[in-house]
Every structure is written in C-alpha cells, then in structure tokens.
Write a protein that binds this ligand. Structure first.
Ligand code: CNA
Length: 435
C-alpha cells in the first residue's frame, strides 16, 4: 500500500487519529490550490485567531472551564485534521494582522516573567516542544539555518529537493541519501548539551509534564529524560523495520549495515529496512497522541529550537488553553510568535538558545544544579571521554556552539558528518526560515 497516497485520501474523509502523517508545510503549500493560499484558509491559525478574542474577554471561573473545553476542542481538531499542512508557510494569517500596534519587544522580560511564574509554583505541568535547534550546540546541524542547516548542504546527497531525504517514496527508490545522512545522525556520535539537561532538570524538579521532540538524535534519552516523559514525535533510531511491510528488524543490525554502507533488507519481503524515523508521508508514533491529554492540562508551554514548519507537530503549540503562557526560545520568531503584537501570555527570547536557556536557569537559580547534573551524567555515560578531557564541562564548550562533538566511546562505525558543523550564529530575529 502506498502510504503517501493513503494520507492524501484521508484529507477527503475525516481521518482516524492513528493515521496522522508527517508533512512539511512547504509541501503542503504546493499541494493546495492558489486561491486557498490567497484567501487565508488555514484551519489551525484560523481556529486560534477566531477563538482568542472571545476567550480573552471572559475570564470568570465558569468561563475558564469553557475555555478549557474550547481548547480541548482545538486539541482534538489538531489530532483530526492536521494532515493538511498550513499553506501559508512564509506568511501566516497571524502575521498578516496589521502591524500598526506597538510591538511587544521580543526579549522584554520574557524569561523573567515566566521564571517568576515558575518560582511562584504556578507552573507544575510544563510542556516542552523542541526541535533541531536544541541539538545544534551538540554539533548536529538543523534543517533550515541558512548556511549550516542540512537543507543548505545537501549537494553531497545528490537529491532533487531538500525534503527528498526524508520522503518515503524517494527512499523507496533510493535509500542511499538517507543512509548517508543517518550515518551522521545515529546516536553515539553526539552528546547532550546544557539545553537537554535543563529539560531534565525540569523533570527532576517535578515540573515536566512531557517533552515533545521532533529530534531523532536520541540526545533527550541520553541525558536521562525518562521514557514516560518523552515523546519522540518523529521517531528514532532505537528500532527499525521494513519500510514496505513493517516487519521489525533488529535495530543494531540495521545500524551496523548502514554504518558499513550496506543496505539492510527485510527477511520477510526483501525490501529495504530503515530505522523507525518518521518520514514525510508516514504515520507518527502512537505515543504522539498523548498530546490530546497533555496539552489541555499544561500550565506552561516552552517552545525551543524549532521553525514550527512541520505538521502536524507545529500545530500542537496552538492547542494549550488560551490562558496558558507560552515561551519561545529560538533564534527568531516562528509560528504564532510571528504575530504582531504578540498574543496575550506569549513571551519570546530571541538569540542563541544555549545562552537563553542558561540565563533562564540562572534566573530560576538552577544553573549550578544543572552543571552538577551534567557532570554526573557525563561521567556515567561517557566515562573515558570525561576523564580524559579536563575541559569537558566548561560552559563555553557546552553552550558555545563549538560544534566539536566527540564520538561516544564504543560507538560502532564512524560519524561521517563533519564535526565542526556549527550552526549559524548570526542573530536574525527578522529573517524568515528559508529552504
Ligand atoms: P528546523 O526547521 O531546522 O528549525 C530549527 C530552528 O531552530 C530554526 O528556527 C533555527 O533558527 C533554530 N536554531 C537552530 N540553532 C539554534 C541556536 N543555537 N539558537 C537558537 N535557535 C536555533 O528544525 P525543526 O526541528 O523545526 O524541524 C523539524 C525536523 C528537523 C524534524 O523532523 C527533525 O527530524 C529534523 N531534524 C532533526 C535533527 C536532530 O534530531 N537533531 C537534526 C536536523 C533535522
């Protein structure tokens, strides 16, 4: 069965939630008629935009539960419809709101306000939504950062367009580009950084409801965030299966084959096996649907290091209750944070993520605990590297985008991606994600 085809069919009739597939908004933009793009018919942005003014006016206790119900409605909408990517991509309806308002400054007190709420004990169900930007300080390039992102450096993979590398139909014909990239992304080549440990500290403080990550690098697990607190929405390398018949395949054998430039094949149908990383046109893992319970329950949403371009994940951020504060930590404004003025309860801190997270931790008074946690965990996870490298945990190295990520001792195969793949350090609050 052609999975892409089935995901398109679902747009016609309402899809069962278990068949949500991953799609990039850029793909979606092309798949919609031009008149829809021009008329601004984007389901999710429109939903939030319409419901917000009403909800904002009515803050009586009764209406709070009504708000919750409405937000839950949004959540279930998000789980039922996001197969259709938002056609706006570069220019969302929220952004199209007139900019005659005074603009709420990007970093004006954002961290401090949210830190105050945390310290007051008002945030006990914190959701973190993360993307590739949390791993760039570990030396793993993201997708879209100009110059250093994977999309800007794909010549070596010989693919017709950037998304092809994660396109299941393309993979079916030619798995080699993805396997080349996989060699660089396989867990074992990189180490978690301060940002990962900050999220773990949220857990240790009993505040983390769940981390929803789009990352496939496994660094969240490696830093010690427990499985039940983690949703790897775009899958991981931890398991592998046939891309055609889904017969499971031993993940370690798949890794050995890929690392040695061999193609692992299914013992049942002989098709190519791939790690269970979710490609465009494939289903998201079952665990992703925890979002229908989590997001209505959240009392703080922290969004980190993502361009919010990939659906249905990107729309999750619009499914918390309208009164819930949202904090964006990123190099530039994305998604609903591109709106002028910023939404009520929305805060953002623009700039280098590791810097912002460290400042956030300092305001919270957690910095030394996080550094201690890093030391302890690194000694457990990478003993030989830690003992042989006196400078191992210097903040400058952890957060300083050195890009020099040491191979994990005992990792099989080699990490083929250049280790000095620093992310773009230019501050580009106004620049839009390019592809
Ligand atoms: P993206 O589209 O590349 O966006 C990353 C965002 O993070 C951008 O807005 C950047 O500006 C921002 N960013 C990057 N580095 C920093 C930094 N140091 N400080 C501040 N901001 C920074 O990636 P998304 O995560 O939004 O896209 C989702 C894709 C990317 C998922 O499907 C992943 O599988 C895929 N991906 C994952 C990895 C990984 O696992 N580490 C790496 C590359 C791509």
């Amino acid at each position: 069965m052609n999975r892409s085809r089935s995901s398109r069919d679902k747009k016609v009739s309402q899809p069962p939630v278990t068949r949500i597939t991953r799609s990039s908004s850029s793909q979606g933009r092309h798949s919609l008629p031009a008149e829809l793009q021009e008329s601004g018919q984007c389901l999710f942005k429109k939903q939030r935009r319409q419901s917000n003014p009403t909800l904002a006016q009515d803050l009586s206790p009764k209406s709070v539960s009504e708000q919750d119900t409405k937000s839950k409605g949004q959540a279930s909408i998000a789980s039922s419809f996001p197969v259709q990517a938002c056609p706006f991509g570069e220019s969302t309806p929220d952004q199209l709101v007139s900019s005659s308002f005074p603009v709420k400054s990007a970093s004006q007190d954002g961290l401090a306000s949210v830190a105050r709420l945390v310290k007051l004990g008002r945030c006990r169900n914190v959701l973190v939504v993360a993307g590739a930007g949390i791993s760039t300080p570990s030396g793993i390039p993201d997708f879209r950062t100009p110059g250093t992102g994977l999309y800007a450096n794909l010549e070596k993979y010989n693919i017709p367009y950037p998304e092809a590398i994660f396109n299941i139909d393309y993979f079916s014909n030619d798995p080699q580009p993805f396997f080349s990239l996989a060699k660089a992304l396989y867990p074992g080549c990189h180490r978690p950084n301060y940002i990962h440990y900050f999220i773990r500290m949220l857990h240790l403080k009993g505040l983390l409801l769940r981390l929803y990550t789009q990352n496939i690098d496994g660094l969240e697990k490696l830093c010690g965030i427990p499985d039940d607190k983690l949703v790897e929405a775009h899958g991981s390398f931890a398991t592998a299966s046939c891309h055609l018949c889904y017969t499971p395949y031993p993940a370690e054998e798949a890794k050995v084959a890929i690392m040695n430039d061999n193609i692992p094949t299914c013992s049942f149908c002989a098709a190519t096996v791939k790690p269970d990383v979710v490609f465009f046109g494939e289903n998201l893992p079952q665990k992703y649907f925890l979002h229908t319970k989590d997001f209505p329950k959240a009392d703080l949403l922290i969004i980190m290091g993502t361009s919010l371009k990939i659906e249905p994940f990107a729309s999750l951020v619009n499914t918390v209750r309208s009164k819930v504060p949202r904090l964006l930590l990123n190099r530039h404004a994305v998604g609903p944070f591109e709106r002028v003025p910023l939404g009520r309860g929305d805060h953002m801190e623009l700039g280098d993520l590791a810097d912002s997270v460290r400042r956030f931790a300092e305001v919270l008074g957690w910095n030394s605990e996080i550094e201690e946690l890093m030391r302890t965990q690194e000694i457990m996870t990478f003993p030989s590297v830690v003992t042989s490298t006196a400078t191992q945990n210097r903040p400058s190295e952890i957060e300083g985008m050195s890009g020099k990520s040491r191979p994990r001792p005992g990792a099989r195969g080699s990490c083929s991606e250049d280790d000095d793949s620093e992310t773009d350090s230019r501050s580009s609050a106004s620049s839009r994600d390019g592809k």
